[in-house]
Design a protein around this ligand. Structure first.
Ligand SMILES: Cc1cc2nc3c(=O)[nH]c(=O)nc-3n(C[C@H](O)[C@H](O)[C@H](O)COP(=O)(O)OP(=O)(O)OC[C@H]3O[C@@H](n4cnc5c(N)ncnc54)[C@H](O)[C@@H]3O)c2cc1C
Length: 429
């Protein structure tokens, strides 16, 4: 039985490894190239940044092609990894359970969460590696009764150098990313083709036959008995739309807004990002120096990186966004998002005030990198872990399946969904 897996991120790598272990002949198609972390020293860019000569955030792609930055409206940019490892290679390594919206559809991922946690063993970064100001903000959140907790991370604290630039790839391989699952699948015989973007699904008589991809510069049909789409919230929706299949306009992104204050010599970048978090109904707060805002957001320009202090709000946004067949995306902040953000900004400001961070607290760029919801599961789909409207043999195993935004890290959720989907495929074939 030949399975084609599209994408190598949290979902694709998990599904590929599982299918290969069960004896499938697995062919993995990845649109991006092999991942290389960003290794240039950033200090050269500081004078250009201050003068505003770095241009817009899109220019970053020339320096670091693995990070795809897409403006979905005037006020929001979406970020994803287009490379081996998908968005996991850009992650902060946070690994927590989140299941917003799953109970409503009768989906319990507890066994999959447990199994993945047992394997990846997420642990907090020891407090002696936190910057003093981060400790003060933790204390301030505690004094406010917000119950902050150290963030479990799939990061080896012994190896981590605390460079603070997890989103640009881990130079010392201290942080887990899905390439580890991918490697296991390949070691057991799976074939990986990078730089092979899938365009469409090939279907005959409501049965999947394979995919149409660009392979070695040519349009090529690659045949398979089973096709597993794991190209992420945007990529999977784009392929389905190109194939004439119905995708809902329910894209969510977990919108991030970092509030930027100042504290002389804080050196917040000299610790891993997001070492603790507070959990609220629609958002989390977590210490984070937003590199995108530092480099490309005009209102943040006049403060040096050594003195900038950030507190991130990660918001569960309204599930309203459209992916088009050409890959364009339309999504903006809704009035409900804005109301929830205003409440979060109040809490974040209080935490920073309590830690002695100097005002003004300036808002960073609105961005989102948890892309899901476009092929969301319904109650009636859960038994088969597959939306019923998909042709036979076509499966989805990525964050697109999650119906609701989380306002929480989403790798564990994606991998748990993919694991459950892969086991259904194995059971049915
Ligand atoms: C900067 C950043 C930091 C993050 N930090 C964290 C964190 O610390 N903890 C956490 O839990 N979550 C984090 N996330 C979110 C998390 O990484 C994603 O939610 C998760 O990786 C989603 O998995 P996925 O498989 O759906 O998509 P992805 O991991 O994005 O994988 C999609 C894959 O499909 C490929 N692809 C796309 N289109 C095509 C195509 N047409 N043909 C072939 N291949 C294609 C892509 O190149 C990629 O390999 C972060 C996200 C970002 C952007």
């Amino acid at each position: 039985m030949r399975a084609i897996v599209v994408g190598t991120g949290a979902g694709g790598a998990t599904a590929a490894r599982e299918l290969q272990s069960a004896g499938f002949e697995v062919c993995i198609l990845e649109s991006g190239s092999s991942f290389k972390p960003f290794t240039r020293n950033l200090s050269w860019s500081e004078p250009l940044r201050r003068l505003g000569l770095l241009g817009g955030e899109k220019n970053f792609r020339h320096l670091f092609p693995a990070m795809d930055i897409h403006r979905s409206s005037e006020d929001l940019v979406l970020v994803r990894g287009l490379t081996t490892g998908g968005s996991t290679v850009l992650s902060c390594g946070n690994l927590v359970r989140t299941d917003n919206g799953l109970k409503e559809i009768g989906l319990d991922l507890t066994p999959e969460f447990q199994e993945l946690e047992d394997e990846l063993n997420p642990i907090p970064i020891p407090e002696d590696k936190w910057r003093p100001l981060t400790r003060k903000m933790f204390q301030s959140a505690q004094d406010m009764g917000l119950d902050p907790k150290p963030t479990p991370k799939a990061v080896d604290p012994q190896r981590c150098t605390g460079c603070g630039l997890c989103e640009l790839g881990c130079r010392v391989a201290a942080r887990w990313d899905s390439r580890r699952f991918l490697k296991e699948a390949i070691n057991r015989g799976a074939i990986l083709h990078t730089r092979t973007p899938v365009k469409e699904i090939i279907v005959a008589h409501n049965m999947v036959k394979g995919v149409l991809a660009r392979y070695q510069g040519r349009k090529t049909i690659i045949k398979g008995d089973v096709v597993v789409l794991a190209a992420g919230g945007i990529g999977t929706a784009q392929i389905l739309k190109n194939s004439g299949l119905d995708v809902k306009d329910n894209l969510w992104a977990d919108i991030v807004l970092t509030l930027g204050g100042v504290s002389k010599g804080a050196h917040q970048l000299e610790e891993p990002p997001m070492v603790w978090y507070t959990k609220h109904e629609d958002f989390i707060l977590s210490p984070y120096l937003d590199v995108l805002s530092h480099f490309f957001h005009k209102p943040w320009r006049n403060v040096s990186i050594d003195d900038r202090v950030g507190l991130m709000i990660k918001l569960a946004d309204v599930e309203e966004g459209t992916v088009y067949a050409d890959g364009q995306v339309e999504k903006s902040l809704t009035s409900i998002d804005q109301i929830r953000l205003d409440q979060a900004i109040k809490y974040a400001s209080q935490v920073m005030d309590g830690a002695g961070v100097s005002r003004p607290f300036i808002q960073g760029m609105y961005n989102g990198g948890h892309l899901g919801g476009t092929v969301s599961l319904k109650k009636e789909d859960v038994k088969n872990m597959r939306p019923s409207w998909l042709p036979e043999g076509l499966w989805v195993a990525d964050l697109s399946l999650a119906p609701r935004s989380q306002g929480m890290p989403t790798i564990l959720l994606t991998a748990a969904l993919a694991l459950k989907v892969a086991r259904k495929i194995i059971a049915e074939n």
